[in-house]
Write a protein that binds this ligand. Structure first.
Ligand SMILES: [Zn+2]
Ligand SMILES: [Zn+2]
Length: 120
């Protein structure tokens, strides 16, 4: 068998090849990140081992910090322009940071305090 591979050698080589491909696919698959992989923040470009994903409307985003996630994804108050980081208020088909801002834009049924509920 000069120059030829034995059956055992062929199988060993095939197993190594399959193993290599499987590791390569897993590393490239964002659904199965490797523990030692570094993900890149889509806002600042930082590669950080504790980067995390946020899924909005079926689109997966990667960030290295909550600050970058807020910068990219938080709604903007339609009255004062600040980032809505908490629950916020949805009225008039848009977002506001507070009852004050919603009220200022005409959403008069929104109140920030039980004492401020209009008399029935
Ligand atoms: Zn970042
Ligand atoms: Zn506001």
């Amino acid at each position: 068998m000069a120059g030829g591979l034995g059956e055992d050698q062929k199988q060993a080589r095939a197993a190594r090849t399959v193993g290599h491909v499987a590791r390569f696919v897993a590393r490239e698959d964002p659904l199965f990140p490797q523990e030692d992989s570094m993900a890149k923040c889509e806002v600042c470009g930082n590669e950080y081992y504790l980067a995390f994903q946020v899924i909005t409307a079926g689109v997966t985003h990667t960030f290295d910090s909550f600050e970058c996630a807020i910068h990219k994804l938080a709604p903007i108050c339609d009255h004062c322009g600040c980032k809505v980081v908490g629950h916020g208020i949805e009225a008039n088909g848009t977002f506001y940071c507070s009852a004050h801002c919603a009220h200022a834009e005409g959403a008069r049924s929104i109140v920030d305090n039980a004492e401020h509920v209009p008399a029935q």
